[in-house]
Design a protein around this ligand. Sequence first.
Ligand code: MN
Length: 354
Amino acid sequence: MPTKVLSKFTTSFIALLLTFLCRPLPGISLSVASDTCTSNSKMRIRVSKIIPAQPQHWVGDGFHVFPVFGQYAFQQNHGLSPFLMFDYASPKKFPVNKRRQPLGVGQHPHRGFETVTIAFQGEVEHADSTGNNDVIKSGDVQWMTAGRGIIHEEYHSKEFSKTGGMFEMCQLWVNLPKKHKMTKPRYQPILADSIPAVKIPTENKEEETEDATSSAGTVRVISGSFNGVKGPAKTFSPVELWDVLLPTKDLIVELPFPESYNCVVFVRKGEINVYGNDESESPDMVGSQAVAIMKGEAGGNVLRLSAKQKNTSLLIMGGEPIDEPIAARGPFVMNTSDEIRQAMIDFQSGRFGR
Ligand code: MN
């Protein structure tokens, strides 16, 4: 074979090989290839696993929730870290509460992680042992760091109890790295007007319009950053938490997402298609109130998706995985069972919330 032909053959063979290696194939480890293929190029983040909507249960008497992560909650190495648990209370109408006590959950302790509560409809009231007493309303977020120990209560607000109405909220548990588990408790009230709503750029510039109802959508950046705009929440490890609205049906959008982070997409309302690198492959459909654990072996740095219904709402979350053992029992999340025992002793002897 003449040299010229050989080199041409070799070049096209390498190109073919690279194309093959860069394509995510479920079940095949790409740990060597992913470093070389993805650095400056776009590689789509694939669906690794879909967890369908789970049966609901009551938390206290005020929160009727789906345990969104199902059996994968508190598990290591399933692509959820730094998130531990996710309860979603889907829209539910509550009548006027004629009792003296609002509905909710009374005093209980936490140690070793953070609770993040988002109110979508209705109002959540919170009081804790460090002296915070606060109400979050539609679009507001409270980011509570339990750290070495906090005791709090969570209720429908007094105002909401008087009027009744639609109620929708969620609570995420975010793990703390080992070195921060015993940090001082902290409370961040994050009001809706402090959360930047970033427009999603469209591929076709002519489609861009000031009319929010026909735009590609918005990303409310609660923590982390989207297109260079940072969210207000302070975190102990890198955490992305985006409240995403896709108003237009069938419009494909691309959302860049940090390559080394885990990524999870929860469909709060509507349904979506998630597209892979291979255009000929059919997209993965994620239905209403299902959650998709993304990435798997293939990694990726851009989410390419479209809403299958108008006004589809997503929560996109992720972050740098915390690669440390998880020991979880009730309201405590530590690294070892000895630390869980210590948490119980400390709580029972009144050493929480100081
Ligand atoms: Mn709690």
